[in-house]
Ligand binder design. Structure first.
Ligand SMILES: [Zn+2]
Length: 115
């Protein structure tokens, strides 16, 4: 009985050989931070986006650029709100400081003018 893959049967077969570097290992294929993601590719899994001009939805991982953009905008708005609040606090503190400086100046000139 002849085995299906006996050395004799394979001797004449052309076994394709892969050139070194033709096969990417997981480490080589892993995206690096410096690598730019194309506008039509998913930033998460690098899959092709279903609607790159519109929603930018990725059917592979469920990423949606429109949703991410909204999230980023909400974060920016929240940060802007916080910044505005801090700025108003600074202006209030500056006004108080100016008042105190004027009071000190008035107190000093008052003691100086009437010895
Ligand atoms: Zn994806």
């Amino acid at each position: 009985m002849q085995r299906p893959f006996s050395p004799g049967r394979l001797s004449g077969a052309q076994i394709p050989r892969l050139a070194p570097g033709a096969v990417q290992t997981a480490a080589e294929a892993a995206p690096t931070a410096a690598e730019a993601v194309p506008a039509t590719a998913c930033p998460r899994c690098r899959g092709k986006l279903a609607d790159p001009e519109g929603l930018g939805y990725c059917p592979r991982c469920g990423f949606c650029r429109a949703v991410e953009r909204e999230k980023a905008q909400a974060q920016t708005a929240a940060a802007q709100k916080q910044f505005d609040s801090i700025q108003s606090q600074i202006s209030t503190a500056t006004a108080e400081l100016t008042t105190l400086q004027e009071q000190i100046r008035a107190a000093k000139s008052g003691t100086n003018s009437t010895p």
